[in-house]
Design a protein around this ligand. Structure first.
Ligand SMILES: Nc1ncnc2c1ncn2[C@@H]1O[C@H](COP(=O)(O)OP(=O)(O)OP(=O)(O)O)[C@@H](O)[C@H]1O
Length: 246
């Protein structure tokens, strides 16, 4: 067994009569940034929520390093015990707390000395390039700065896996590029591995070595983007390839 590896084994997730994921089996290896792409409603966010432990699979198992985290309807290991950091499109920052306090919320403070936890949070803000905004509330920050606070909160725990769900939707291209570069540098420095959800194959090449394409809750292809584009199976990659050739 490889060290630090997320695994989905025959995972299905059903909401009412809607199958969001159907018998998905996938590995996410430590050290290999992976993007999950696919059309709207294909199950990308559902997959990330199952990895995070925010939801349990209806059937199948989620494992980390061979340990069962969730199985058939039950979350056995909660999100804060999974060595993950999370940044979702809805950044979920608390508007009435400062940037620093938002980052502190992501740290398991009770297990450490207060000053050490604070230093860790300040270090995360510094690494994200916003140490001077520690005492600002989210409402006074730009979209890009809020994104940096959310990233600081996610990396403050020095996660093995950083789970990103369309974290830069709505930002201009320049800010988006800068944030992708910053995440790549942070992951190198902290030894974290990204699992990125996006609609956009163009974002994959910026950060990820591997791509998994979902359609209607199933994996239709996975591998390196450049290799998949040589003979794309999914309509998304076929359209992307045609667009690139225009
Ligand atoms: N909590 C829920 N209750 C009911 N149905 C849900 C729930 N979450 C997801 N679904 C359904 O599951 C399917 C997959 O949703 P999911 O959000 O995972 O797709 P997605 O690929 O992330 O979409 P998008 O790119 O638009 O964010 C959709 O049909 C969605 O309506």
């Amino acid at each position: 067994m490889n060290p630090a590896q997320f695994r989905l084994e025959g995972v299905s997730k059903v909401f009412g009569d809607q199958a969001a994921l159907s018998e998905v089996s996938l590995d996410f290896k430590f050290g290999q940034h992976t993007a999950i792409i696919g059309p709207s409603g294909c199950g990308k966010t559902t997959l990330l929520r199952l990895l995070a432990g925010l939801d349990a699979p209806t059937a199948g198992k989620v494992l980390l390093d061979g340990r069962t985290l969730s199985a058939s309807g039950r979350v056995l290991v909660p999100p804060h015990s999974r060595h993950i950091g999370l940044v979702f499109q809805d950044l979920a920052l608390w508007p009435n707390l400062s940037a620093l306090d938002n980052v502190l919320l992501g740290l398991p403070g009770l297990r450490h000395a207060r000053s050490r936890v604070r230093a860790q949070a300040l270090d995360a803000l510094e690494r994200c390039g916003i140490p001077d905004l520690a005492h600002a509330r989210p409402g006074r920050l730009s979209g890009g700065q809020q994104q940096r606070v959310a990233i600081a909160r996610a990396i403050a725990v020095r996660p093995k896996f950083l789970l990103l769900d369309e974290p830069f939707a709505g930002l201009d291209l320049v800010t988006k590029d800068a944030l992708f570069d910053q995440i790549a540098a942070l992951c190198r420095a902290l030894g974290s591995t990204v699992i990125l959800v996006t609609h956009d194959p163009a974002e994959v090449a910026q950060l990820c070595e591997r791509v998994v394409v979902l359609e209607r809750g199933q994996v239709v292809e996975s591998g390196r983007l450049g290799e998949l584009l040589q003979a794309p199976q999914s309509s998304l990659l076929r359209r992307f390839k045609a667009h690139q050739q225009m």
